[in-house]
Write a protein that binds this ligand. Structure first.
Ligand code: PEP
Ligand code: MN
Length: 266
């Protein structure tokens, strides 16, 4: 799987895998709204060791079941070199989180797979450090690396991070790798996600990685605060569909519609 140059790729789903039912409901909702890939974490890097750490292998099994049920390809985070083989067996795309951007043994290990790797920008990394981290993966022979700007730490406290949208054109001046934007972790606030998503399209991003939860206020992680609900995500997709052609992009054909056509040939 590779990101398509002319398409604006939207990857959506909850922060963490919760129950099979919630995960499936979310995947069906984002699929219907036009998402290309589904995201959800089975292994969660949490600041507090007492916080919910993800369902682990059980979460991977739920992801595989949801993938089978919906046909949506799945993205999940891998946190340790020793877990790469197992995680890669369950999902289509590996994610390296912000806290692991400089975990060089982990970067080397995902570089030895042939899975696409979404490498998130370290929250305190310069673009030069970021591109050198990507080089660790490329050097092992895996050229399917996808960058993702997810906000950096600044003195601002109203937002969780400061979403550095200038990183998008700045990275594109220096590399051919695709660049996504994560407006959810980038702002930490649901109310800011829609506008920052449209701004990411205008800045030249290749797509979005966005948190969506069918019932964000009852999410199992604190990231419910930054998650769109399914209605909010549908509204965002409608705006993106309308605006993308103005920026030389289109949204990929809807998988849900394509699948419906296959099921009921006319
Ligand atoms: C996530 O995508 O849920 C996540 C933990 O992101 P980040 O590594 O950017 O904080
Ligand atoms: Mn999250």
């Amino acid at each position: 799987m590779r990101l398509h140059n002319e398409h604006f790729t939207v990857i959506a789903g909850p922060c963490a895998v919760e129950t099979y039912e919630t995960t499936l409901r979310c995947a069906e909702g984002v699929l219907k709204a036009g998402a290309t890939l589904f995201r959800a974490g089975a292994y969660k890097p949490r600041t507090n060791p007492k916080s919910f750490q993800g369902l682990g292998e059980k979460g991977l099994e739920i992801l595989a079941a949801v993938r089978k049920e919906t046909g949506l390809k799945v993205v999940t985070e891998v946190m340790e070199p020793g877990a790469v083989e197992k995680v890669a067996a369950y999902v289509d795309v590996l994610q390296i989180g912000t806290r692991n951007m400089s975990n060089f043994p982990l970067l080397r290990e995902v570089g030895r797979t042939r899975h696409p790797v979404i490498l998130k920008r370290g929250m305190m990394s310069t673009l030069s450090e970021y591109l050198q981290a990507a080089e660790y993966i490329l050097q092992e022979g895996n050229d399917n690396v996808i960058l993702c700007e997810r906000g950096i730490r600044t003195f601002e406290t109203y937002t969780r991070n400061t979403l550095d949208l200038s990183a998008v054109p700045a990275l594109k001046e220096q590399t051919q790798l695709p660049v996504l934007v994560d407006p959810s972790h980038g702002t930490g606030r649901r109310s800011l996600v829609h506008s920052m998503s449209l701004a990411a399209l205008a800045a030249g991003a290749d797509g979005l990685l966005i948190e969506v939860h069918p019932d964000p206020d009852n999410s199992w992680t604190s990231d419910g605060k930054q998650s769109l609900d399914l209605e909010g995500f549908e509204r965002l997709m409608a705006d993106l569909e309308r605006l993308a052609p103005h920026f030389g992009r289109s949204l990929p054909p809807r998988l849900a519609e394509a699948q419906a056509k296959v099921r009921q040939p006319s």
